[in-house]
Structures are given as structure tokens and as C-alpha cells.
Design a binder for this molecule. Sequence first.
Ligand code: ATP
Ligand code: MG
Length: 364
Amino acid sequence: MVIFGERGRGKTSLANVVGETVSTYDFRVIRHACDADSSFGQIVAAVLAKVPARLLRRAIQEGEPWTLPAPDNIGVVEATNAFCSISAGRLLVLLDEFDRISSLDLKRQFVELMKNLSDAGARVTFLLVGVAQTLDDLLFLHRSIQRSLIPIHLPLLTQDDIEVLIRQGERMSGLSFTLQARSAITSFSVRSPYFAQLLCLHSGKAAVRAESATVEHSHVRCALQATAEELAYAHEDAYTRAVGGAAGGWKEELLYRAATRDSGPFGEFTAADLRPEGNEYDIEAEAAVDRALANLVSPEAGCLLRETHASDARSYSFSDPAMRLYILLRYALPRETGELDVTRDRLPTDTFPGERTSANHDSR
Ligand SMILES: Nc1ncnc2c1ncn2[C@@H]1O[C@H](COP(=O)(O)OP(=O)(O)OP(=O)(O)O)[C@@H](O)[C@H]1O
Ligand SMILES: [Mg+2]
């Protein structure tokens, strides 16, 4: 099984739920977080060291002592033999942070190991977890293993999921969130469980500091302000570079639309999704927008966007969900009055492709 998706999507949380669920069915769960420096032998040795003796019953009964080979001596064959000697119960090996492994050779070794264990009907299931857009990004796959893999690409949360998340937090913390507060958190969470939790946490802390058991809109504003400052530190330069340095250019509006328009389950959007509201694009305008989006994928633009393969049309998503939130906050926060709502009139920029003059928008 492979769980993949962008950072903060809830991959580890889902893997933990899988681990807890299977442990009630006679599975022993062994967790290991990968790092960039470990070798195949070191990772396998670390996992094997945690295999309880009771799972190795037959080997022990037959008087063969269970000795771990030294990490340097563990290759795919040794690892296959070791895992195949598990003869009681079942084992789930949860390898988290698998994306930290950059060596193709090492990935290939794991693929081979999983293939061998699957062919041998071993009592071991691997659950790999990592940040990736596609399964291929995470794993070096040959076709023969694809049949024995269950890939799970984690989608973004829905608005209803975020509502559930806030309700759970209310139950656990004893705080209650007003309608306005939950609506602002939902709007600014960019449908990421990580950001939804973070905004709830900071808003809750602001409420507690103010000795209030109710999280109000003003507390969410404090949380957003703090988050905006943190994000500006890491993202402002990249943003400025991507829009070409010129404030008020139509690329700013483009990115703002990309950040606000409700996109697909994986946060993807196409040039057509960014058309001016109530306007039809002509082909040239759509092509100009698509070119601008493609340009934002390039290293010169800091790879702000990446191309996804979620639909027939060329689609894109933000490379980093934090950038999407930064863009929302950049424009939504300076407005001192009004609700913290990300839906708003267009930015005061020059003409967007497909729109006739900027004067048209001023009169809207
Ligand atoms: N379905 C969910 N409901 C509520 N909270 C969730 C859910 N999924 C994840 N979270 C919370 O979101 C945060 C990020 O989750 P998690 O660490 O599992 O993500 P991840 O994809 O493993 O992140 P990373 O890419 O950094 O490893 C955590 O605080 C977690 O508790
Ligand atoms: Mg994780």
C-alpha cells in the first residue's frame, strides 16, 4: 500500500489509522521514518530489530537462532529471507517519509523486496508514505509490481470535512467557534488539514488569552495575521519574482484567482477555470493565460506552480499549499472592515486577457 500526496495532507494520520485498525486483526505494526542518509540495509535492519520473537516462532522452535545480519550485509535477498521467516501473525511495516529517500537504487531495492514478498506470499505488508504528486515520483516502479500495490493519493479535505474537524476540536478543547469564525477558518484553510488545525489552534489560543471560551471572528483575524507574517518571511520573495516584480500586473490577479477559485479534489485548476467571471474567453485569451500558468511552472518563476495530470486539459496546482494561503492572506487581510471572506472583487490590476479594458471592471 502506498499513501502519497502533498505536504500536510494527512498522510501520516491516515497511515496511523490504518496501523491502529489492522493491529486489532493480529497484525503487528512496525513504524519507521526514513531519512536521506540511511542505506537499504540500515532501514531493513532497523525494522527487523523491532520484529517480536513470537512472530518468528518456527525459526526459533527449529533451533535456528534469530540473528540479524549486519546492515552492510543486507541486500534484497537477505531482506526477503528475513521477512519470509516470519511464520506467525502478520506484520505491517509502515515506512513514513519515504520521499526523503532520493537514491533510485534504494527505491529499486524496496520495490524488488516488496515484489519478492508478494510472490512468496509472505506475512508482511509494506505501507509506504511520502510527499509526492504521483506514485512514480515516490517509487521507481516496474509494471510487475503495480498489480500488488494499492496506491492512495490523498485528496484535499472538503468544506464539510473542515466543519467536522472544527466540531471535534470544540469537543476536545471545550471552546466554541462562532459561525463567522468557522466560516473564516474554512475559507482560509485552503482545504488542508494542516492549515485548518493551525488556524484553529492559533485562534483558540487568542481566545484563551482574551479569557474567552468562545472563538470569535477577531481571534481568527489574530491567527491569520500571525500566519501571514510567518508566511511572508518564507514566500514574499518567491511571489514577487513569480509575478515579475510589478505590483498590479494581471499575473497577480491570475494567481489570486488560482488561489481562490474552488479547484479540483487535488487543488488543480485549468486556464479555463480562471476565466473572468461572467465572461467567456476567446481562444487567444485562454492560450495567453495558459502560457502564463506554464511560465509559473518554470524554475525562473521559482516553480510556483506545477503541472498536474488530473484532467484532459492541461491543469496546474500550487507547488506549495503554503504559497496558496500566503496569496489569500496577502489580499484578504489588509481590508480592515468587512468579513474575512476570500471571495471578493478582482484586484485593481491592469487588463486580464479576455477582458476589454480595466475601466470595465472599475464600473462593476
Ligand atoms: N482527516 C483529518 N481530520 C482532522 N485532522 C487531520 C486529518 N488529517 C490530518 N489532520 C491533522 O493535520 C495535520 C497534518 O497531518 P499529517 O501530519 O498526518 O500530514 P502529512 O501529510 O503526514 O504531513 P507531512 O507531509 O508534513 O508529513 C496534523 O495536525 C493532523 O492531526
Ligand atoms: Mg507525515
